[in-house]
Ligand binder design. Sequence first.
Ligand code: PHE
Length: 357
Amino acid sequence: MDDLKAKYLSQIADAADEAALEAIRVAAVGKKGEVALKMRELGKMTPEERQVAGPALNALKDEINSALAAKKSALADAALDERLRTEWLDVTLPSRPTRQGTLHPISQVQEEITAIFAEMGFSVAEGPRIDTDWYNFDALNIPGHHPARAEMDTFYMNRAEGDNRPPHVLRTHTSPVQIRSMEKMGAPLRIICPGGVYRADYDQTHTPMFHQVEGLALDKDISMANLKWVLEEFVKSFFEVDDVELRFRASHFPFTEPSAEVDIRCSWDNGQLKIGEGDDWMEILGSGMVHPKVIAAGGIDPEVYQGFAFGIGIDRLAMLKYGIPDLRAFFDSDLRWLRHYGFSALDLPTLHGGLSR
Ligand code: PHE
C-alpha cells in the first residue's frame, strides 16, 4: 500500500495538465483502478485482516483523491496566470504616433471665432439649415417680390402637389437665427450662430454651400460704435495681429439700417493669397443696426430695444488666415489637401492658449 501511495502521489505531482491527471485518476481510483482491485481482495481475507486493510485502503483512496483535487486546482491557477500573462495590456503606452485624421480648416476657424466671441459674452445659438421662407426672408424685412430674393440665388425645396406647408428653402444666410433667437430668448440678447448656408454660386471665392457666423446684440443702448469696436476687436484677435487693414463700406441690407460691409486688404499675386498687403480687398462680412421691423418680427419691442447684427463669411476668413487660394478645394475631400491644411484635433483654440499654434 505504501508503494501504491508513493507511486500515485509522485505521478500526480508530475502531471503536466488535466488530461494527464484524469489518466492517473482512472488508473488509481477509477472503477477498475489499482485501488479498486485491491478492495476486491478484501473478500478473500480473514475478518481480522479485513479490519486493518479495509480502513487503510479507504484512507489511501481519500488521500489520492485529495491530492488529485489539489493538483487540479493548482493546474487551473497556473492556466489562469498564463492567460492573464498573454492577455496583459499596457494601457500606459503612448497613442499611435501617426496622425490619423485632422480637423478641417472650417471647423478650426469656427472654433477660433467662437472662442473670441465667447470672451466678449456672446453665447452660441443654432437654427435649421432648411427653413421656411418666412424666417429666411419675410421676417428679415425681405417681402415676396423684393429683389434681394433673386440676388441670393436661393435653393427652394421641391413641394409635392397638395402639400400646403409653408415653402421651405435651404437657408441663404444665418440671419434667420436672429429671429429664432429673439423668439426663444427675448431681450437683452447676445448670440452668435455659426453654420452652413446655401446659394447657387460657384467660382474661386464662392461655393454652393458655405459657412457664416451670425452675430446679434440687443439691448437698450447699443449703437453703431459698439458694432465697429466689436468687429475690429474680433478681426485683430482672429488674425492675431494689430495691423490688419480694414475698410468699412456703407452698404445696404433690408434687415439693417444703417448697414456696412467690411473688407480686408489682401493680394493674390502669383496665385498666392496674402493678407495685409497689395491692392485687393476681400469682403468678409455684412453688418448694421438691426431694422426695427426685424426686432418686431422677433417679438421684441423696437421702441425699447435696439442693437447690431453681423454675418461673417467663415470660409473667406479661413482662406485669408491660412493662405488658401481656392474655396472650392475646401469641399473636395481630397485627403492630400486635408492633411496639408488640417489641424490637430487635440489642440482646441482658446484665447489664453493661442488660437492657432
Ligand atoms: N445676412 C447677410 C448676408 O448673408 C449678412 C448680414 C448679416 C448683414 C447681419 C447684416 C447683418 O449677406
